[in-house]
Design a protein around this ligand. Sequence first.
Ligand code: ZN
Length: 497
Amino acid sequence: MKTGSFNELLPYLDRYMALGTAMSIMDWDANTAAPEEASEYTAKVLGILSQERFCTLINPSVKEIMGRIDEESLSDKEKAIFKKLKKEYEKSETIPADEMREFGELCSRANRVWQKAKQENDFSIYAPYLKKLIAYKKKFATYAKKGEEKLYDILLDEYEETFGMKELDRFFGKLKAEIIPLLKRISEAEEIDDSFFYQDYEIEKQKEWNHFLAEYMGFDFKRGVIAESEHPFTTSWHNHDVRITTHYYKNNLTSAILSTIHEGGHALYEQGVDDSLTQTMVGEGASCAMHESQSRFYENSLGRSEEFWVPLYPKLVETFPKQLMDVPLEKFVCALNKVKADFIRTEADELTYCLHIMVRYEMEKLMIEEDTPVEELPELWKQKYKEYLGIVPENDTQGILQDVHWSMGDIGYFPSYALGNAFAAQIYNTMKKDLPVEELLRQGKISVITEYLREHIHQYGASKEPRQLLKDLTGEEFNPDYYIQYLKEKFEKVYHL
Ligand code: ZN
């Protein structure tokens, strides 16, 4: 007879949540307001908090209570939390504490060296660190390995549960077959003129406009804040305090607009989590990919459509008359969808984005499954860019050194970005059957669309798994064909192919 009650876990779970919130407030501060020289000292505080947080959850008392709890007697919400808790336990028990600490230290050093390597365009100083990071990740995966499992599958599972190489190979295989030929046809088509995006756009006016845009999208300023940072991001402490950042460039109108819409999409998700779940282990987005599905849906499916801009564009022209007076709406939207194979993932257009991810997926497979020596990676990177995007990076700064992820020990993360796009397309396909999406956008009723997403996805936080959310909403299993179909239809139209 099991005598434990879920309530016995609550003091531990609350403390875990509170320490996590404190850490993310400091992280927010470090990225938006903290002075330049604070980082090393603040890192010490974060290290201590992180250790405290870990021990709050992973300790004999919690384990003893868990052992006394009868899972069958739990509510659905409690079951979901219990499952997360068990996963944290499994992870912590497979990796020895001293190795975990060493790995943490390695990551923070590797990150600093990566920044220097990127700045100086010198892969060789970063290579020994990347080699060590790969070795640690492989060792950790070996600890967790059951039976015939592949190591890279174990790493992938950390970021997007149950989406392994078998499914991803099929997914990227389809992208390769359909999108690379499409990109080739586009590169032969007439180039779209987007030069008017790069005139002088006064920053103060941009700020005002982006504030208005976030409000229009439904971002709740009573429960959220917008600030500025070098790289835009979203952080959520609970559903009543969700923060996004954007970055303004004087000679680029759309960079801030698109990141406001993107981060706004993440924020609507977090603000939409139900009150009963927030501040629990399942009180946030369901997964990396599901989160990205929401941000990309707002950014690309809505934010780059003509219908979205029908109610907004006149106000944008009013704000920047000199620059946009002679640019009709159709031309503006067409320029938003310009495709150009380029080197940098974070600046990629909607079509080529997935190819950038495919390169990284294949590189990670080489690193983990094929034991490819790190010295060979920069050249392989260049070859893949040539093969898939038709361009060769001139140096490693615009090649293999561009992303921060590996230097932070995140190997296996990238595919979730591409999966997010595919989730978004599948969701959109169903949404269009349920709602007159284009009509709603024209009428400025974007709130109806957000309400739909809230009802089917946002409110559940992580209490339902991504596959379940997709199935409950669309009536079928994950199906990447919708994404490929969406891209083909959209870009054949944009480029009149
Ligand atoms: Zn995002």
